[in-house]
Design a protein around this ligand. Structure first.
Ligand SMILES: NC(=O)c1ccc[n+]([C@@H]2O[C@H](COP(=O)([O-])OP(=O)(O)OC[C@H]3O[C@@H](n4cnc5c(N)ncnc54)[C@H](OP(=O)(O)O)[C@@H]3O)[C@@H](O)[C@H]2O)c1
Length: 338
């Protein structure tokens, strides 16, 4: 079988495609023939060395994959050969709060990921693919979907809330879809005129172009009668956080996840204090959250938005496409014959 690895050097062009023996499932493990993977911004950071310098190299990148069970190790009872399954981002975070030991089980970072034709998962680190979804659609969920879910529901989402999503990438589109299904009003920002209508088509009630309106928080306040939004899905990080605080209502909440607008910076946090805004760090989520999200996706027949699917052999091109920021929703890598 074939797999991609980050060897000793970083960079998309440095990604190695190698042939190796198929792994063998030991007790508690399940071997999955991968049908599709999806890319997250994290994978781009990982491959280019911007995520962490102390990665366990060589490393198979990517956290998100779905496929079909090819073999089960001794004692495995949850799965059978032929089941359609999707992996969980943290193989070890099943429920409850995030603990340090859970972080050591992140696919495509702390441990080998899914950019391979066959991958071993922990028995409990898999979920069934919701029936209405293809493997490619299911592969969009482990990181982007669960993060979006956690940002909303970990922030106490209530029907009728106004939610702000920044940009039109994987997390933001899924957060938009989930928030609409929950009966919320959604405002979205984008830097692309071409994506404005696509966000509206996906359900956004208001769209702000942050290139045309660099002070986009003022427009958010205008659209909310000066109050601000209840929840922000903060994908920008240091470069947008102060604006997000200004765009949040008194007593509102910011789910801080991203680094799209810069990883470092200085800001005055006082406006968050004076408005009683809760800023919560979110690191993907647990299997329990994934299961809860799947129930809602199934109930509302929600399909993740796939921008484009690349063949396995073009994983580098797929990463370059993600890096360009031209995509809307998710970028997928499809494997043949599954
Ligand atoms: N903490 C966690 O658990 C977690 C989990 C998932 C993702 N993340 C982080 O969340 C962010 C989004 O991840 P993703 O995988 O959804 O990314 P993605 O799919 O690559 O989304 C990128 C999109 O974000 C928008 N964007 C770029 N710069 C922006 C800026 N300065 N302000 C607002 N929007 C901007 C662009 O959309 P437009 O063209 O529409 O402007 C771009 O296409 C990343 O920083 C990622 O590392 C964190």
């Amino acid at each position: 079988m074939r797999k991609y690895t980050i060897e000793t050097a970083f960079g998309i062009d440095q990604l190695h495609l190698t042939e190796c023996a198929a792994p063998v499932a030991v007790p508690g493990q399940v071997l999955v023939r991968i049908g599709a993977c999806s890319l997250n911004y994290r994978d781009y950071l990982m491959v280019t060395g911007a995520y962490a310098r102390n990665l366990p190299l060589p490393l198979v990148p990517l956290s998100d994959g779905a496929g079909v069970v090819a073999a089960v190790g001794p004692g495995v009872s949850r799965w059978q050969v032929g089941d359609r399954v999707v992996g969980t981002f943290f193989q070890g975070w099943l429920a409850g709060r995030l603990r340090a030991e859970h972080a050591k089980t992140a696919l495509g970072g702390a441990i080998d990921g899914v950019l391979a034709e066959q991958v071993l998962f922990r028995e409990e680190g898999l979920l069934p693919v919701p029936e209405h979804l293809s493997l490619a659609e299911a592969a969009c969920l482990p990181c982007a979907g669960v993060t979006a879910w956690h940002c909303l529901y970990g922030g106490g989402l209530t029907c009728g809330d106004t939610v702000l999503v920044l940009g039109s990438g994987g997390v933001s589109c899924l957060a938009l879809q989930l928030a609409k299904a929950a009966g919320c009003r959604v405002l979205a920002t984008t830097g692309s005129a071409a994506k404005e209508q696509r966000l509206r088509d996906l359900g956004a009630d208001g769209v702000i172009n942050y290139r045309e309106q660099p002070a986009w928080e003022k427009e958010v306040l205008r659209l909310t009668d000066g109050l601000g939004v209840d929840i922000v899905v903060e994908t920008g990080g240091a470069g947008t956080l102060l604006q997000s605080i200004k765009a949040t209502r008194f007593g509102g909440r910011i789910s801080l996840i991203g680094v799209l607008a810069g990883q470092q910076g200085e800001m005055n946090p006082l406006p968050a204090v004076m408005k009683g805004v809760t800023i919560q760090g979110v690191y993907v989520g647990s299997r329990e959250m994934f299961e809860a999200m799947n129930r809602v996706l199934t109930l509302h027949r929600i399909h993740p938005v796939i921008d484009r699917a690349f063949p396995f052999e073009q994983a580098r091109e797929a990463l370059q496409h993600l890096a360009s920021g031209a995509h809307f929703g998710k970028v997928v890598i499809s494997l043949e014959g599954v």
